[in-house]
Design a protein around this ligand. Structure first.
Ligand SMILES: *Cc1c(COP(=O)(O)O)cnc(C)c1O
Length: 350
């Protein structure tokens, strides 16, 4: 080994889902929204002033913070925005998880959490989900240096009622508890209503799933102003100009059209409930999903084989080769047409 090699930081990176190229494929592998963003977003994009490209963006992302403040009826100093919720959560790890005690997150959950913990040198423990993939709230009553979990959980899709989320937050008032609500708009009740009751609670959401803007990279956190100030201090110490101006402007536009948003989310929920019936008929079982995906296992066919066969036919779903979940497929809810293509192939294949 060369001397300089000894000083290289070794990390096992997070592996994002494939972004295959081509037009005739059915892409159900990264939980993107199959519908376009609001008409207001495309109109604003057409009118965009290219002088924005020349100048540095507003480091405080004021237009977007103002729009979120209006939408969620919270003050501007209760909102932090970042380049996707991945950026927000990475900042939160750096800002809040600096204890010698372990940070807690579920053993089966968003696979980025252990990657950030390793990257930032944060000790962690992974309390196991129960045999039905449910988060066991009592597992989070032990000593810890912070807590993070998604609700609904990923990749299971299981939703934890707000009363149980509150139990976890209230039992841990000496730690920061982060609820990652990437999928909350697809049917759950947000913990946002608790952020003024618990100063240790940070709720993180994203424009990537329910708002059809994964490519624009917009995420945000809402919580007590002291938490938000701390996040901003770390952000400004790391990279002040994180979010580009088009994302700020188009993100602000996206929250204006509530009717379109409601409509899109309802279409996806409807397709998801259909998918539960259809997949069940085809011999799949799955936890009750409240997200825009279903985590399914087949009674006889192996998940890996189904995954490969689908791929051969340009239908992409997500497969995780990990303990406890290596016989499951995570299937994003697409349009009704895309889902029909999936059922049609599965019927033949199985
Ligand atoms: C998709 C997802 C995110 C990250 O989304 P961004 O595109 O970075 O906003 C965070 N947490 C969970 C659980 C997710 O599924």
């Amino acid at each position: 080994m060369k001397p300089w090699e000894a000083n290289i930081r070794k990390v096992v990176p997070y592996v994002p889902g494939d972004q295959p190229k081509g037009s005739h494929l059915v892409k159900l592998n990264t939980n993107e929204n199959p519908y376009p963003p609001t008409p207001g977003v495309s109109a604003a994009l057409k009118e965009m002033d290219y002088d924005l490209f020349r100048k540095y963006p507003d480091p405080a992302s004021s237009v977007l913070v103002d729009a979120l403040s209006e939408y969620y009826k919270v003050d501007r100093d209760e909102i932090f925005v970042g380049v996707g919720s991945d950026d927000v959560i990475a900042m939160a790890f750096m800002t809040f998880f600096n204890s010698d005690k372990p940070v807690l997150f579920p053993d089966i959950s968003y696979s980025f959490y252990p990657v950030w913990a390793e990257l930032f040198g944060v000790p962690y423990e992974k309390p196991a989900l129960d045999e039905n993939f449910k988060i066991v709230k009592e597992e989070y009553y032990r000593e810890n240096g912070g807590i993070i979990f998604p609700n609904p959980n990923a990749p299971t899709g299981l939703y934890m009622p707000l009363s149980e989320v509150e139990d976890i937050v209230s039992h841990n008032q000496d730690s920061v508890v982060i609820v990652d609500e990437a999928y909350i708009d697809f049917g759950g009740t947000s913990a946002l209503k608790l952020t003024r009751k618990y100063e240790n609670l940070l709720v993180v959401q994203t424009f990537s799933k329910s708002r059809s803007m994964a490519g624009m990279r917009i995420g945000y956190a809402i919580g007590n102003p002291a938490l938000i100030r701390a996040l901003n201090d770390v952000k400004y110490s790391y990279n002040s100009y994180t979010m580009n101006m088009p994302s700020q402007i188009l993100g602000a536009k996206a929250v204006e059209d509530r009717a379109y948003f409601q409509d899109t989310v309802e279409k996806i929920i409807h397709t998801r409930e259909q998918a539960k019936l259809r997949l069940h008929e085809l011999g799949f079982t799955f936890p009750e999903s409240m997200a825009n995906f279903i985590f399914a296992s087949h009674e006889t066919a192996r998940a890996k084989d189904i995954y490969e066969a689908l791929r051969q036919n340009s239908i992409f779903v997500r497969y995780f080769n990990q303990p406890r979940i290596d016989n499951y497929l995570r299937i994003t809810i697409g349009t009704d047409e895309e889902m029909e293509a999936l059922y049609c192939f599965l019927k033949e294949y199985l």
